[in-house]
Every structure is written in C-alpha cells, then in structure tokens.
Design a protein around this ligand. Structure first.
Ligand code: ATP
Ligand code: MG
Ligand code: MG
Ligand code: MG
Length: 513
C-alpha cells in the first residue's frame, strides 16, 4: 500500500464505523496560552473533553499535523538520528465524545479495542504475532485500579504473553491537575528480525529501547474527572481519544526499518541526494543530514503556511532554530553552500495536495520566506563555523582568555582548578553567547556542533551572559528614557530593540495521547 492508500484506508475504516471525518487543525496555535503548537490530535477537541463546547458529532476521525519541538513533548534532538521521531508528523485519530444525554451515541473500550485490532490485522494485515499491547497496571499509592476491562477486551484477540502492564507514567493520561483523565493502552509492533530477537528477550521490549519495536498507536479512555482535592469521580460521559503515528504505521506496513525509507520521505531524500551528489546510505553522517533536511522542511513549511513567520521570539524563534539547524546540516555535511532548502517546498506542497492544501495554496510565499532566511543565515554561518573551529583548535589557556580578560583567575591562583573544571570538553558559555549574538547560532546548534566533537556547552554560563546582555540593554534604555530612571527593572516595559532569544516555556497543562 502507498502512504496515500494507507491514510485513505484509515478514513474509510472509521467512516464505516459511523465516524465523521474532520479537517486537521492548524499546527500553529494562536489562542491557547498553554500551547504553542499542536502536538496531538486531541488538542482541537480540548473544550469538548472539558465539557465547555457542544458536541456536534459524537464520533470523529482525522489526520492531524503535529509538531513536537518544544515544551512537554520535545523530540528535536532525536530527529534524524533515530528513524521514527519527527518534528512534524501526522497523527491519525479516532474519537468518541460521550454525551450524558445520549449515552448510546458514543463508544468506549470494547469498540475502541476491537476496531484498533480489526484495522491493524484485517485491513492493514499486520501479522498478529508481531503486535504487543499495554494496559494500565494500577497505582496503589494514587488509589488507581488496574484497567482490568482493557486487559479483558484485549485478551479476546491477543495472546496473554503479548499483553503487558504499564505504569502511571506510560499508561495513565491526565489533561491537567484537574479534569478528565483515564487509563490508556498502547499498541507496539515488533519489527525485529529473528537475529535481533535473540539479542534481548521479548516481553521486556515494549517501551524499551529497541528501535525496531515501534509504538504506533495510543488509545486513551477518559473515564474519570480529577477534582481539586485530588480525588477521582467517574465521568457521566466517557470519551475515547486515540493517536496513531502515520509515518510509523506506513513504515511498518511497507516493511521498512526506517520511516525515511517509506514513500513519504524517499522522494525528498532522493532529490537531496541527487542535488548533493552523495548517495543516501553511503555514510551515517550524510544520511543523518539528509534525514534532518527531509524532516525539518516539513515543520518549517507547515508552520509558515499556518501563519507563523520565523522571528526572534517564541514560536517564530522555534521555527527559525529548526530552519537554521537544517541549513547547517546541509552546509556542513552535504556541501550545500548556497540556499537550497527552499527548493524542497514545491515538492512538499505537491506531496500534501489533497491532504493539507494549506501549503500548495501558499507555496510561493512559503518558498520565498525560506529562501530569505537561508540567504541571511548562510552569510554568517560560514564565519561562525570558522570561528567555532578556531575556538576548538585553541589550547585551554587560550580559551580561558575569552572568559577571563583581566586574568582574575590567575590573580587568585585558581586558574588551574578552573580550567580543569570548566574546560574539559566544555565550551565556554561566553563563547556560546558570542556565537549566538554575533553569528545567529541558536544555542542548540552550538550544542549540536559541540556534541559532534564529544563536547558539551556550559549552559549556566551561557544563560548568565545572555542575562547580562539583557540587563545591560535595559540599563541603557533606562538611561535614555529621559528625566526618569526606572528603579524596579521588573516593572519596566519591555525593551523592543533587543533580540529576545529566549523562548518562553510552554505551560502545557495536559498530557496527550
Ligand atoms: P514515543 O514514546 O515514541 O516518543 P509518545 O508516547 O510520546 O511516543 P504519544 O504521545 O502516545 O507518543 O502519541 C501518539 C502516537 O504518535 C505515538 O504512538 C506515535 O506513533 C506517534 N508519535 C509520537 N511522537 C512522534 C514523533 N515525534 N514523530 C512521529 N510520530 C510520533
Ligand atoms: Mg514521545
Ligand atoms: Mg511512548
Ligand atoms: Mg504513547
């Protein structure tokens, strides 16, 4: 099956179970202070779960474009290195919104489990013995019971040795400190070869680290309401909330050992390979770079198409960081010294026609924005990389001067200790700050480059340098404000001339599927 057919089969299946297919919400969240980007299918239905919106359809299914690069779910560091976490991915989902006035309209564990099984084994024909499922094992301390119901329903289809208990962290979902919550049940597919299987025993594998045992689907059963005093009350209307990783599903069904080997990513990867003159599969480093580019362009393009331009703060900076990360991989490992990333936009727009039309509708605009970003970043990237390499070639003594211009450490006789502690494979915070301030290197880019050399970055010192610059800028504006000197820095209105590189941490109040 092609990816397109697999997606369509999902819709057809749930349509046949009386689900209404709804469009994806935008990836950029504009009106929710708790969330910057959509990171799960359930986000757009939050108000329904909270009982704050009217239920229009009690059964719904869709594919939601999601982004997991900030806040509670941040998979960015994994992307490209592993082969199953993306920045932007599609989450297929089916929902039942229980209506207390009409309890028959929705469904719960029995149907959700039966349909997951039917879809995976009968429509998609995944061999039954490759499937492992999990259920909530209970938590005595929290007064939460084991999800016996889910266990019993699964037992009708799955051999007991493939039904594994999971703890509160993995198998109990809560929207926030209060509100709807309930146990969840995950579905994993064991794609290990026989040889790989002999290396580790099977039963412990679910939720473990073997890259060929893939979590594809999470079914959440909302059956409780957590009250302010911490106690749980049964919900009058129970809900089902599921999320299945589309790219992972396609990988499993196409029998590949990497999401990037599917027809979702291969056309893009082959295009990148052709243009760079390097074969995909030739070398791990260049492979990672190609995967990063093929992945990141999706996040970048959809975020821009959904209305968020790259900028120097908040959501805009998140996307600028991702773009710079991709440009830097392309530049360093694939020899793209001129803007190239933007050329991927039309290909992506074509690929997502009829799925997420938002991109093809704004293709030229998105491409232009990416091109402008590339041009401006490439200008300083070359200089920054050379500065970085010079720094790495310095001796510890020389590096110290970057941090200690007036030789205070020597003066106090602690230079040796300081060097040992601060310079053993650690990049100086002031230097990391210089890279970000002068060369536009996001801190995670510097960290990435450091990591490639087996180094880390002194983040505490970096934050200090950042703060110092901020304070200095504020002080400078305070002087300039005229007759008044603002005494309390906290009450000062924000200084807009300064590039705020900090990204506000999201307060994500709910765990999603
Ligand atoms: P993982 O443990 O692999 O990080 P998760 O438990 O964080 O996944 P959920 O929040 O349960 O993921 O999301 C539902 C489904 O979405 C997962 O079962 C998985 O198939 C898919 N998914 C989650 N994160 C990603 C990602 N970064 N890229 C691609 N698919 C993902
Ligand atoms: Mg995760
Ligand atoms: Mg998981
Ligand atoms: Mg999960």
């Amino acid at each position: 099956m092609t990816a397109k057919e697999i997606r369509q089969a999902f819709f057809n299946f749930f349509e046949s179970k009386q689900h209404h297919i709804v469009p994806s919400a935008p990836i950029v969240v504009k009106n929710d202070p708790t969330l910057m980007f959509t990171n799960a299918g359930m986000n757009q239905f939050k108000d329904l779960f909270l009982g704050e919106a009217t239920i229009k359809y009690s059964r719904v299914a869709d594919t939601q474009r999601c982004l997991r690069v900030s806040g509670k779910h941040n998979d960015l560091e994994e992307v490209g290195i592993d082969t199953y976490h993306h920045t932007m991915f599609e989450m297929l989902g089916n929902w039942s919104f229980g209506d207390p006035a009409n309890p028959e309209s929705g469904y719960f564990k029995k149907e959700a489990i039966a349909w997951s099984w039917e879809l995976l084994t009968e429509v998609y024909k995944i061999p039954k013995d490759k499937i492992y499922v999990t259920y909530f094992e209970g938590d005595e301390k929290e007064g939460l019971e084991k999800d016996q119901e889910a266990f019993d329903f699964w037992k009708q289809y799955v051999d007991e040795s493939h039904i594994l208990p999971g703890n509160k962290k993995d198998n109990f979902w809560e929207m926030g400190e209060t509100g709807p919550c309930g146990p969840c049940s995950e579905i994993h597919v064991d794609c290990r070869t026989d040889e790989e299987k002999t290396l580790v025993s099977g039963a412990t594998l679910v939720n473990a680290d073997h890259p060929q045992v893939i979590e594809v689907w999470n079914n959440v059963f909302m059956q409780f309401n957590r009250l302010k005093d911490g106690s749980l009350k049964s919900l009058p209307a129970k809900h089902v909330d599921t999320g299945m990783g589309f790219e992972r599903l396609v990988r499993v069904l196409q029998g590949k050992s990497s999401n990037y080997d599917t027809d979702i990513f291969q056309p893009m990867i082959q295009f990148i390979a052709e243009k760079s003159g390097i074969k995909y599969g030739a070398d791990e480093k260049t492979d990672i770079a190609m995967r990063v580019m093929a992945d990141h362009i999706r996040a970048i393009s959809f975020v821009i198409a959904d209305g968020q331009l790259p900028s120097n703060n908040k959501a805009g900076y998140v996307i600028r960081r991702i773009l710079r990360r991709a440009v830097r991989y392309a530049y360093t490992f694939l020899n793209f010294k001129e803007p190239f990333l933007n050329e991927l936009v039309p290909k992506l727009a074509e690929q997502f026609k009829d799925v997420f039309d938002e991109l093809s509708a704004q293709q030229d605009f998105v491409q232009k924005v990416v091109l402008e970003e590339e041009v401006s970043f490439l200008k300083t990237l070359r200089l920054g990389i050379s500065r970085f390499n010079t720094y790495m070639d310095l001796s510890n003594d020389q590096r110290l001067t970057i941090n200690d211009e007036d030789n205070t450490l020597e003066h106090f006789g602690i230079k040796d200790i300081y060097q040992k502690e601060r310079f053993n494979n650690i990049i100086n915070g002031n230097f990391a700050f210089e890279l970000s301030d002068t060369f536009g290197f996001p801190i995670d880019l510097t960290e990435l480059m450091a990591r490639e050399k087996g180094w880390s970055v002194d983040l505490v010192a970096y934050e200090q340098a950042l703060k110092k610059q901020k304070d200095d800028s504020r002080a400078a504006t305070a002087i300039d404000t005229g007759d008044w000197v603002i005494v309390n820095a906290d009450e000062q209105s924000e200084f807009v001339g300064y590039d705020d590189l900090e990204i506000e941490t999201e307060i994500i109040k709910f765990r999603q599927v």
